[in-house]
Design a protein around this ligand. Structure first.
Ligand code: SF4
Length: 486
């Protein structure tokens, strides 16, 4: 309902929908995952009812078709559309049974303590104003307490709660918002763009690129460690370069360091700090990276929705003589990967030596999660956790910064400085999120990629992360002239 605070958005939505930003690859994977969850729920709840899906080509015909179908009984109508004056709303689905209408909203998240019904409230208010008599409004989410058995029970997976009273209590508020939109809409001329928090509230507006094409390349956007809201506020005040920042503007230490390098295009190197960091490393060095899924629909026995499940690692073991051994784990079958993952990781990291990861929080979390399923491996897992060294630490502690990192301390921004090339540019999978969603879609059986293709893309991505870490360590050692403990 961003439209309530932006007339321009309403205008663009109506007149220039083609200007909306294209869906990013990751978002489209999330969309496919959510679509799978929705379809699963629909096929379960539509069972025994006459099923219709509204797919007319325009708003008026969709509203007319909905009106026609709603006269039937024992029906399930997917994507019904309701028109009130100049605005319309589409619901996930409605069920009409014994003359009573039940409106449903599906959210592919686990049931929380407090349900967020704001945008659903507007949708229901429009249907209500359009004349729909509503018996109940039901919110369908996923039950976090359902542990899957051998077979999936969709009935137990679902959490269905009535939010009718919450929405109907607030109906005057929603109606007021709808009237405001009706009065503002449609504008004949494109209202001017005004940059403020409404453009990014919740998520970035789909017209952001169109309204503010220069903002993303602004130097202000490159300031690390600063909230997006604050950056937009500075830009909306007309500040475009780092020199425009007010002298008394409060910056954290990282931003201050970044600004000091930007002005002179310098590199910061803390020779002592880096030397001390390398002194803590013990050979052999195990460089590794884990990938995990958090499937919305539990795919393995004994797991619940969004439980983190590691499914892949890549490991490079470096010996002090410069030789190395590579190993990896990635099962491409429908069997639970956790046991194989843990046992093979333990075996491949047996003995002594530092285990180097980038941002240890997630790897430690995954190992601890695995311990819950395999407590018999507690001594081994505790030993591996103890040996973990975080390669992100020297960057967090500002031991190295190059102005081309543009305020970012991610593995990708560091390696692009180290290798002077876009290391990840040609990869099919370019981030951990995509790797995770692709594997999840594969498990649901809805991935349009062959096993071989997926396997090779996943290995390539995970390996690139690990090789990047090796390159970064070599690079840092080189620039400080590190030849081993003094
Ligand atoms: S980016 Fe901001 S100004 Fe432009 S349409 Fe969206 S909310 Fe309105």
């Amino acid at each position: 309902m961003r439209g309530l605070s932006c007339e321009r958005l309403l205008y663009l939505h109506k007149n220039h929908p083609e200007l909306k930003a294209k869906t990013q690859k990751l978002n489209s994977l999330i969309g496919r995952r959510n679509g799978f969850v929705k379809e699963l729920i629909i096929s379960h709840l539509a069972n025994g009812l006459k099923f219709y899906k509204i797919q007319e080509s325009d708003t008026l015909s969709s509203a007319a078709k909905t009106g026609e179908l709603i006269n039937e009984d024992n029906v399930f109508i997917q994507r019904p559309l309701f028109l009130f004056e100049k605005i319309y709303s589409s619901l996930d689905f409605i069920i009409k049974k014994e003359g009573k209408v039940y409106c449903y909203s599906v959210q592919a998240r686990t049931a929380g303590k407090k349900s967020r019904v704001n945008s659903l409230g507007y949708q229901i208010a429009i249907a209500h104003l359009a004349g729909l008599k509503i018996e109940d409004v039901l919110l369908v989410t996923l039950n976090p307490d359902y542990d899957r058995g051998k077979e999936l029970s969709v009935e137990k997976l679902l959490h269905i709660e009535s939010v009718r009273d919450v929405i109907f209590e607030e109906l005057p508020f929603f109606n007021n918002g709808i009237n405001q939109i009706n009065n503002k809409f449609p504008k004949v001329e494109e209202p001017p763009a005004k940059l403020d928090r409404k453009c990014i509230r919740g998520s970035v507006c789909v017209f952001f690129e169109h309204c503010f094409p220069d903002v993303n390349s602004s130097k202000i956007m490159e300031i690390g460690g600063m909230h997006l809201d604050d950056k937009l506020e500075l830009i909306s005040e007309g500040k475009t370069s780092l020199d425009d920042l007010p002298e008394d503007f409060e910056l954290n230490d990282f931003s201050k360091m970044q600004l000091s390098t930007n002005s002179g295009k310098k590199t910061i190197v803390d020779y002592t700090g880096l030397r001390e960091f390398f002194d803590t490393l013990q050979y052999p060095l195990y460089f590794t990276d884990f990938e995990a899924i958090q499937p919305a629909v539990p795919v393995y026995k004994g797991t619940s929705s969004y439980r983190q499940i590691p499914f892949q690692y890549y490991l490079i073991k470096y010996l002090s003589d410069g030789s190395f051994i590579e190993s990896s784990f990635l099962p491409l079958n429908n069997e639970d990967p956790r046991e194989g993952f843990l046992y093979s990781f333990i075996e491949n990291t047996e003995g002594e030596g530092s285990i180097i990861v980038f941002d240890k929080t997630s790897e430690i979390k995954m190992l601890r999660e695995l311990l819950k399923a395999f407590p018999e491996k507690t001594p081994e897992v505790e030993d591996r956790i103890e040996r973990i060294v975080d390669l992100k630490d020297p960057f967090d502690q500002m031991m190295f910064y190059h102005y081309e990192m543009k305020g970012s301390k991610t593995l990708k921004s560091i390696i692009s400085v180290v290798k002077k090339e876009e290391y990840y540019k040609n990869l099919e999978i370019a981030n951990g999120g995509s790797a995770s969603f692709l594997f999840e879609l594969y498990l649901y059986g809805i991935l349009d990629k062959s096993h071989e293709e997926l396997k090779s893309d996943l290995i390539e991505y995970c390996k690139t992360d690990v090789v990047s870490m090796v390159e970064i360590v070599d690079f840092l050692k080189r620039i400080i002239g590190y030849n081993g403990k003094s």
